[in-house]
Structure formats: structure tokens, C-alpha cells
Design a protein around this ligand. Sequence first.
Ligand code: AP5
Length: 214
Amino acid sequence: MRLVFLGPPGVGKGTQAQRLSAERLIPKISTGDILREAVQKKTPLGVEARSFMDGGKLVPDEVVIGIIRERLKDPDCRGGFVLDGFPRTVPQAQTLGSMLGRTQSGIDRVLNFELSNDELVRRLSGRRSCPDCQAVYHVEFNPPKKPDQCDRCGGKLIQRSDDQPETIRKRLEVYQSQTLPLIRFYGDQGILTSIDGSGSPETVYRRVMTAVGK
Ligand code: AP5
């Protein structure tokens, strides 16, 4: 099963991909997580990516394509994967197709998560993340048991630097201009399913299950 999770910032792609990955035993590959880890470790990739991410802009295509090209070579991807946050531009999607070299797109299904802008801002503003194990919380919708402490590994929770109001606005604009065209790209190939992203994570996950087959 080769899946792509598409949708605006904060719609819940990562939350749903994490659960599907755990239940189906396929890797969740998030370019955002890979880039944030590189930023945290101050690797050359992280140094290059940081200013784009903090400004709410996309990291250049050739950089993220390079990351995915390497990651998909890993043996755990042989049985499938869920891509979270990649592709995000038409050139990324075209390159992914030629990398996988199977069907036109190279993937089986694209799930496009949808949610109102007001709700996206609410989800992003209240998000807290664990930089050590990547677990994601929300101060209102999914709070940790102890304030600011990760339930899973005990790490100190942080607010992502790109979850500030000005950067959120920029990310939503960038999504409209650079990522929305992918809906048509995959829609034309007949592999796109829209998922209503509203409701509890459980409710959304049931919709995901219906779309990918139980
Ligand atoms: P990335 O990390 O991919 O960020 P994003 O796409 O903006 O998505 P988010 O991680 O913000 O949101 P999500 O949809 O995963 O929501 P989540 O599940 O966390 O990218 C960050 C940056 O990296 C980019 O801006 C760019 O610079 C760079 N980058 C990454 N990939 C790139 C690429 N391919 N090309 C170029 N640049 C790239 O949920 C959000 C919150 O809501 C959480 O608090 C969660 O607990 C809560 N929540 C989730 N579901 C629900 C629900 N059903 N009800 C209530 N609350 C919920």
C-alpha cells in the first residue's frame, strides 16, 4: 500500500498517518519530521532548511526530493508506506512518479484532508510536539497527562517555531498557491479521495479506513 496524505497545515495528516502506520505496520515518512530533526541537529541540511521553514516557505524541491529518494531505498518501504507532507508541488509529484516507476503516479491512493481555515488555525495554535519522539499533542483536543511533558518518552514539549500566527498565515498561503494544484494532478489520475478532516481523531480515522480499505 503506497499512500500519500495531502492537505493544508494542521489538518491532521500527521496524526492520522501515525495511527495508520502503527496499525498497518508500514512506515510513515514525513518530510517535515525529517527536516525538523536535521534543524535540531544542525546538520548541513538543517542549516539550509531552517530559514525556509521558519518563514513558512517550502524548502526547495531538489532538497526534499533528495531526502525522499534516499528514504524510499530503505528496506522497510518495500511493503508500502504513507507519505505525510510529500509531495507538495507538481514537480515533486512528477519526480515521485518516475522514482517509483509503476503507474503514472507510482502510488495507490491519495487522501486529501479538508478543514475550514478557522479550525486549521485553532489546531496549529494549540499544537505541542515532542522533539525527542515526534509525538504530537494539542492543549485542548489532546492534552498530555502532565503539562508540557510527553506521555510517551517524558521529553519536554515545545511549540513548533512555525506555529506562530504570522508563519501560520504564510504557510496557508503557500499551501493555496503551491500545493493545491496537486488535487487536480491526482484527481485527473482517478486516485484522489477527499476526507472530511472535522470531528475527533477517531471519527476521521474511520473515514481513512473506509478510503483505504479495512
Ligand atoms: P510539515 O511538518 O509537513 O507541516 P504541515 O504540512 O504544515 O503540516 P503540519 O505538521 O503542520 O500539520 P498536520 O496536518 O500533520 O497536523 P497534525 O496531525 O500535526 O512541514 C513543515 C515545513 O517543512 C513546511 O512549512 C516546509 O517548510 C517544510 N517541508 C516539509 N515537507 C516539504 C516538502 N515536501 N516540500 C517542501 N518543503 C517541505 O495536527 C495538528 C494539531 O491538531 C495537533 O495538535 C493535533 O493534536 C491536532 N489534531 C489532529 N487531528 C485532530 C482532530 N481530528 N481533532 C482535533 N485536533 C486534532
